[in-house]
Each structure stands twice: as structure tokens, then as C-alpha cells.
Design a protein around this ligand. Structure first.
Ligand code: AR6
Length: 224
């Protein structure tokens, strides 16, 4: 096959084209993920982009913290609490024993041990009676305290189950509105939090959360 021959002056040196352009260096270093207290990545996003809903098993989430639906003893139990202790291993219970329990509507933090999550935030939801016995405030208190602990510990990602929606009997639709509304309201003061993920165990819980999410985002749109 006949090659194309160019006079030497026309031979193109590809390095001339792929030489990186000189990029002017900024006088001050760019803001990075580790830029300390001024880090505000979360603030650039709408709350609807920082909250995510998914169906799954929360013990598999590789986040900075998963939230547990615990009881006032903080010494383990069934449901998601049992699954978290099972996956984390016995050192989680050892640390929980040092915490002295936790009142309903609040939360305490531990390490995550064998979990893919770095921490566990143990929140104690209310047992549902009639919805007029302080349960909404107590349920909101779980989410508010969990978000405050996430701020204190400089966490970026947090995953929640549907606290109180299992054996504690909280109606899913009401609980979903409280959970999402409270976390949405906490996000503006939690600039480090990039993602708050609600990990719902079954399709029915996911559907309830999706409905509440749509209602909250459309009521925000109407306020604009
Ligand atoms: N991942 C995500 N969600 C889960 C998982 C899981 N692996 N397992 C269950 N759920 P519950 P509560 C869902 O009963 O109502 C414990 O014994 C479940 O489908 O775990 O707050 C504690 O020690 C439901 O939607 O917690 C307390 O005594 C949600 O998690 C008591 O139960 C919460 O159900 C707390 O009751």
C-alpha cells in the first residue's frame, strides 16, 4: 500500500496538539470536600435533591450513619434494631450498655463496628396511641436529634428507617409526612449533609414516603 508522504515541513507532531494548555493557578486553593467549617456543598442543592427514597435493608448502607429504631433501653430488640445489632456484631451492644438508655423522642450515637456504616444513631420513636398523645412531637424529635448528632459529628450521609412504623404501630402516611418534613426543615442548618436517605423495607412503606415527598415538594412549589 502506498503511504502518503509529506514534506518534512508539513509533518504534524501530535504532541503539539496534546500538550496540556497552561491553566492559570488560583491565588487561593479551591474549595474542596475537606475545606473545613466553610464547606457548604449541601447548600447548593434543593432539599428535593438532598433527600433520597429507596427500598432496601438499611444494614447494607455504606453511609456515615444509619439510624436505628431502638427502644429506651438501647439494649437491642427485634425489627430493624435486631438486624442492626446482628450485622454490627457484639461490640455494638457493649457500647450501647455504656449509654444509660435514651428517652423517647431523642437519640444517641455509637460506632458502626462491622456494619458498612461508620456510626449508628439510636433513635427512640414513640409507641403510637391515637396521634394526640405527643407522638408527632416525639417522632419529629427523633429525626431532629439524629440530624443534630450528624452535624456535631460532621457527617455527610445519613440513612433513616421508618422509625415507629413497625411494632410501635405509627400509621405510615402520617409518619412519612413527619419524617420528611422534619428532615427537610433541618437541612438548611446542616450544610455538610449531602444525602439523607430513607431506606424503606417494603413497597408499601416506599409508596407512603413517595406520596409524602410529592405532597411536600408540591406545597413548596405553591408557596413560590
Ligand atoms: N432495613 C430497613 N428497614 C427495616 C429493616 C431493615 N433491615 N427491618 C425492619 N425495617 P421496627 P419500631 C422496618 O419494628 O416500630 C424493636 O424491637 C420495618 O418494616 O423495627 O420503631 C426495638 O427494640 C418498619 O417499617 O421499629 C423497639 O422495641 C420500620 O423498620 C421497637 O422494635 C420500623 O419497624 C421499635 O419499634
Amino acid at each position: 500500500m502506498q503511504g502518503i508522504s509529506l514534506p518534512n515541513s508539513q509533518i504534524i507532531d501530535p504532541r503539539a496538539y496534546f500538550r496540556p494548555a497552561k491553566v492559570p493557578q488560583p491565588a487561593t486553593p479551591a474549595l474542596t470536600l475537606d475545606s473545613g467549617p466553610h464547606y457548604t456543598a449541601g447548600m447548593e442543592l434543593q432539599w428535593t435533591q438532598r433527600i433520597r427514597l429507596k427500598q432496601g435493608d438499611i444494614t447494607r448502607e455504606a453511609v456515615d450513619a444509619i439510624v436505628n429504631a431502638a427502644n429506651i433501653s438501647l439494649l437491642g430488640g427485634g425489627g430493624v434494631d435486631g438486624a442492626i445489632h446482628q450485622a454490627a456484631g457484639p461490640r455494638l451492644l457493649e457500647e450501647c450498655k455504656t449509654l444509660g438508655g435514651c428517652p423517647t423522642g431523642s437519640a444517641k450515637i455509637t460506632q458502626g463496628y462491622r456494619l458498612p456504616a461508620k456510626h449508628v444513631i439510636h433513635a427512640v420513636g414513640p409507641v403510637y396511641r391515637d396521634g394526640r398523645s405527643g407522638e408527632p412531637e416525639q417522632l419529629a424529635g427523633c429525626y431532629r436529634t439524629a440530624m443534630a448528632l450528624a452535624r456535631q459529628h460532621k457527617l455527610r450521609t445519613i440513612a433513616f428507617p421508618a422509625i415507629s412504623c413497625g411494632v410501635y404501630g405509627y400509621p405510615l402516611d402520617e409518619a412519612a409526612r413527619i419524617a420528611l418534613g422534619t428532615v427537610r426543615d433541618e437541612l438548611p442548618r446542616s450544610p455538610r449533609i449531602e444525602q439523607a436517605i430513607f431506606v424503606l423495607f417494603d413497597a408499601r412503606a416506599l409508596a407512603a414516603y413517595e406520596k409524602a415527598f410529592k405532597e411536600l415538594s408540591s406545597s413548596d412549589e405553591n408557596k413560590k
